[in-house]
Design a protein around this ligand. Structure first.
Ligand code: ADP
Ligand code: MG
Length: 220
């Protein structure tokens, strides 16, 4: 993970956003005062319900850019998977899950489950049977759970493709297509990528609806 030191000259405060008092309080506790440029560009659009293609480098604060919208929409009293984040690797999925848990900590009963390959299915199936609000995982393993019927997505309202270009590099194209095809049509889809190769455009054209595009290429 990269440390970020957002500077006052480029970014607006989170208090500009229509976030719940609980999320505002959590952000203040975490010391998140000003939005990073990708957050400032994408959060107003994502919170307004738009599908989004967001292009920005690693360490730019993309996790909060999708975590805050999905947490805003989450109903903690509905114990069903309402948001899903696809990531290229277990390490990234763990980082994303950790950041979502940090941002969700004002609600003590939000369950975030990671579903990645390389471990046996059984414990993940048991955890899913106990219920989760948010799943974060790699496309292959999530596809496995869908094929076996251990993951239900009928309550899903937000699908996030994180580091989409890396997922394609790792050969996850068909798995992503399978998973996205099993999501309810009425949902918000947020696609984050450091680069925008043709494969990403193809995925976006297939699974995003009237997406807004946010590009921050000159970031360091
Ligand atoms: P990316 O996904 O773009 O690589 P991350 O979402 O992992 O970036 O964020 C990088 C680091 O910056 C994390 O440690 C995160 O906690 C921190 N961070 C994100 N947004 C802010 C913010 N607005 N203010 C302060 N720190 C932030
Ligand atoms: Mg990231």
């Amino acid at each position: 993970m990269t440390d970020i030191a957002p500077t006052a000259d480029t970014t607006a405060p989170f208090t500009d956003l229509p976030l719940s008092p609980a999320l505002q309080a959590t952000l203040a506790q975490l010391g998140y005062l000003r939005m990073t440029p990708i957050q400032a560009a994408s959060l107003p659009l994502a919170l307004a319900g738009h599908d989004l293609i967001a292009q920005a480098k690693t360490g730019s604060g993309k996790t909060a850019a999708f975590a805050l919208p999905l947490l805003t929409r989450l109903n903690p009293r509905r114990f069903a998977v309402q948001a899903m984040v696809l990531c290229p690797t277990r390490e990234l999925a763990d980082q994303v899950a950790q950041e979502i848990r940090r941002l969700a900590r004002a609600e003590d009963n939000i369950k975030v489950l990671t579903l990645c390959g390389g471990t046996t299915m059984r414990p993940q199936r048991d955890s899913l049977a106990h219920g989760a609000h948010i799943v974060v995982g790699t496309p292959g393993r999530i596809m496995d759970h869908l094929e076996r019927g251990s993951l239900a997505l009928d309550a899903l309202n937000t699908l996030v493709l994180d580091e989409a270009d890396r997922m394609l590099d790792m050969g996850f194209h068909d798995d992503i297509v399978y998973v996205a095809s099993h999501c309810p049509a009425k949902r918000q889809t947020l696609l984050f990528s450091a680069t925008y190769p043709p494969g990403i455009a193809e995925l976006a054209g297939r699974f995003l609806r009237d997406p807004q595009t946010v590009t921050l290429t000159e970031q360091h």
